[in-house]
Design a protein around this ligand. Structure first.
Ligand code: ADP
Length: 166
């Protein structure tokens, strides 16, 4: 039987518990799930692509069928290279819908309908979580311990060390 494989792509700058929730649920639905960290040279991320890959790997050791890598360029080209036909995305709120709908339609067009996007609704305890807000709270020394996996928490505290000093 052919394996059901999917890609969960994003910036993951950094990985939050909202992403982990989507990954844990996705790992149950697919035989193999690839977390693909986008390496966009036009953006200035808080963590480099290599750091985001390392932090995601360290945070997802419990998910044996999830692998982590980075990619550059069009997601659809990466999906083709990997021979994957499903893109997994998470939806937090109505506000996510418009962008995600556009992106899914664009990708479907680019891939000539060979690739489909599938959505999982956010877990009810994670709907308010975004990498951007977590970064912002951390940059002011706020308590983010319940929002991100332990390796990410430690990396954020190290990054904004001066704010976490008491
Ligand atoms: P991007 O930089 O492309 O917005 P992200 O790394 O923030 O990507 O997120 C990747 C995917 O995870 C997107 O589909 C996004 O909607 C989803 N996502 C992000 N945070 C959450 C959350 N708290 N709950 C569910 N899905 C989420």
């Amino acid at each position: 039987m052919t394996k059901r494989r999917a890609i969960y792509a994003g910036s993951f700058d950094p990985l939050t518990n909202g992403h982990v929730d989507i990954l844990e649920r996705g790992a149950d639905l697919f035989d193999e799930l690839i977390l693909a960290v986008a390496n966009n040279r036009n953006k200035k991320p808080t963590f480099s692509a290599a750091e985001r890959v390392a932090l995601s790997k360290a945070s997802l050791e419990h998910l044996k069928n999830v692998s982590v890598c980075s990619f550059e360029g069009l997601l659809i080209d990466f999906a083709r290279e990997q021979g994957v036909k499903v893109l997994l995305r998470g939806l937090r709120a109505v506000s996510d819908f418009e962008y995600e709908f556009q992106l899914a339609t664009m990708n479907r067009n680019l891939a000539k309908a060979e690739v489909e996007t599938m959505f999982l609704m956010t877990g009810e305890t994670h709907f308010y979580l975004s990498s951007r807000l977590v970064r912002e709270v951390a940059s002011w020394g706020g308590d983010i311990s319940s929002m991100v996996p332990k390796p990410v928490f430690e990396a954020l505290v190290a990054k904004f060390e001066d704010k976490y000093k008491v």
